[in-house]
Design a protein around this ligand. Structure first.
Ligand SMILES: Cc1cc2nc3c(=O)[nH]c(=O)nc-3n(C[C@H](O)[C@H](O)[C@H](O)COP(=O)(O)OP(=O)(O)OC[C@H]3O[C@@H](n4cnc5c(N)ncnc54)[C@H](O)[C@@H]3O)c2cc1C
Length: 511
């Protein structure tokens, strides 16, 4: 039985190699053989046209963190590393890379990556490059409420792990993926350009192509998606992956509808400096939204502070000293009292529910380290929830923010995107193993089904949190405090929350 499967795999891999040769070699040379009997001018025109045809197995539109993670994942798997892939993105970082240095001023844009994402980066060979740059693992987290009614502490050792996550600048994550792909022998072509239009089921007329060319047996372009780029080039691909972010052009051109809403909240982000190193991730819920202080290493932390758009603009423009003062108030003495450390006794309320006590349940409330200086520009991002009703149709599939954008309150957005990239590359590999065309909708729907389930669950939880903390109302404040206490003292629940937030796909329920 195993021998049969092995034979099938080998046959499909060699078939793939033949197919890819066809894609990669000069299509024009073969196409020109079909023009016997034509005038030399006609022949030349067709030859020129064919020379410009670029065909790929996969066109990844958007070479951001998620698009590049897909490329790296494909490059790392035996069944997909032979694919011929185009990466389309006008971002100059893809073309002319600036070498990063650990001593560079810290960037305002960072991501908290989960242990599941760290494993993915290790598997594809990209984590080694992160380790050469600034990054900060953290093993503790504290979440509390401005009312002073409750707090929760998490510790990686509660679930027998070393870390809860790692904070990495987005440019470092991106650069590590670029290094990884550049040092592989993966057949990739970067197009420093933007997608302008796309024909998914081209017919000769809609593509504006010469019908004789389409009829030629070697050019079966009619079965491919056609992408037109802002530099005037046209490329063809069996599968188009939309990794082009929240305003995805691929999503729009493929006609995928979305569901979602704006939060009427903006996030102010920046990097700040302390006089001591911060080693914990902190999040305090304030009346207008949460403020997070995330460790970045070298006495730096990143701030992600959610508030209404008017306040956000004021905080972006106010002088630096006032901003630092406001930040310290938001993280410490402003808005309400500290929760009492002696709330441990209140944990007894839950003693009938909890099993063995987690390590962090015995930790008292702590005040975050004081911010002494602003260390980057301040940036403002409007926040919204958006979800594509479909992730896949024939020849096209969405990953990352193109498929879903979420509130940053739990730092899950790009982690969800990395999960998509991994799942899609696996589904493509499985398809290749059994000889399915990689643009085939049944295969792509398998990816959609797997990721939609996970992403919708995460989105519902994040949206629920956002809504629960958007209202300042006495009884609700008490309920939130009870939830925080429950999360702190009920050990099975606490372990499940940590596991789920770490990227282990279990629901945060009792187990
Ligand atoms: C304030 C804030 C804080 C956040 N913090 C976290 C966090 O801590 N942890 C976390 O997991 N997530 C976080 N996120 C979410 C995270 O930043 C996003 O989920 C992530 O950037 C999405 O990556 P992406 O590659 O899918 O899309 P993008 O980063 O938007 O990249 C899309 C790429 O597509 C390119 N592109 C766009 N249009 C075209 C086109 N027509 N043709 C070709 N290319 C195109 C762009 O140039 C870009 O390079 C945060 C978000 C915000 C706003």
């Amino acid at each position: 039985m195993n021998r049969v499967i092995a034979r099938k795999l080998a046959a499909n891999v060699s078939r793939l190699k033949v197919r890819q040769e066809y894609f990669c070699t000069d299509a024009a040379a073969r196409v020109s053989g079909f023009y016997r009997g034509q005038s030399s001018q006609e022949h030349k025109e067709k030859n020129d046209f064919a020379n410009n045809i670029q065909q790929y197995d996969i066109a990844i539109v958007g070479g951001g963190m998620v698009g590049m993670a897909l490329a790296c994942s494909l490059a790392s798997m035996p069944l997909t590393k032979h694919l011929n892939v185009a990466i389309i993105d006008g971002n100059p970082a893809l073309g002319s890379r600036v070498s990063l240095n650990k001593g560079d001023p810290p960037d305002a844009r960072v991501s908290t990556v989960t242990p599941a994402t760290i494993s993915l980066f290790k598997d594809v060979g990209a984590w080694q490059y992160i380790e050469q740059n600034r990054h900060a693992y953290f093993d503790k987290m504290q979440v509390w409420d401005y009312t002073g009614l409750g707090y929760t502490r998490y510790n990686a050792r509660d679930i027998n792990k070393e870390v809860l996550g790692c904070v990495v600048e987005n440019k470092v994550l991106h650069d590590s993926l670029l290094s990884c792909i550049e040092t592989s022998d993966f057949q990739k072509t970067f197009h420093p350009s933007r997608l302008t239009s796309m024909t998914l089921h081209p017919s000769s007329s809609s593509m504006g192509m010469d019908s004789t060319l389409l009829k030629t047996p070697s050019s079966s372009l009619g079965h491919l998606a056609k992408l037109e780029l802002s530099d005037g080039k046209s490329i063809f691909a069996k599968l188009v992956v939309g990794a082009d972010g929240g305003k995805s052009r691929v999503r729009e051109l493929a006609g995928f509808k979305t569901t979602g809403w704006n939060y009427s909240q903006d996030a102010v982000i920046c990097t700040v400096e302390h006089s001591v190193e911060n080693q914990c991730a902190w999040q305090r819920f304030l009346p207008a939204g949460p403020i997070a202080l995330l460790p970045m290493g070298n006495n730096f932390s990143n701030i992600v502070w959610t508030m209404n758009p008017k306040e956000a603009m004021n905080r972006k423009l106010m002088n630096e000293d006032d901003f630092v003062k406001d930040t310290n108030a938001a993280l410490d003495y402003g808005y309400g009292p500290h929760p009492k450390s002696s709330l441990l006794e209140m944990g007894d309320m839950f003693s009938w529910l909890r099993g063995d006590v987690t390590l962090s349940a015995t930790e008292g409330f702590e005040v975050p380290p004081k911010v002494v200086k602003l260390a980057s520009e301040r940036m403002v991002f409007p926040l919204s929830l958006k979800h594509a009703n479909d992730y896949a149709s024939k020849h096209v599939v969405l990953i990352g923010d193109a498929a879903h954008t979420v509130h940053p309150l739990a730092g899950q957005g790009v982690n969800m995107g990395f999960g998509d990239a991994l799942a899609l590359s696996r589904v493509i590999a499985e398809g290749i193993a059994v000889g399915i065309d990689i643009g085939e909708v049944t295969m792509l729907k398998k990816y959609e089904e797997e990721r939609k389930r996970e992403n919708i669950m995460m989105m519902a939880i994040l949206d629920g949190f956002q809504k629960a903390y958007s209202v300042d109302f006495g009884p609700l404040n008490l309920l939130r405090a009870a939830v925080l206490h429950g999360a702190n003292y009920i050990s099975p629940l606490k372990r499940n929350i940590i596991s789920y937030a770490s990227g282990d796909q279990r629901l945060p329920l009792f187990s």
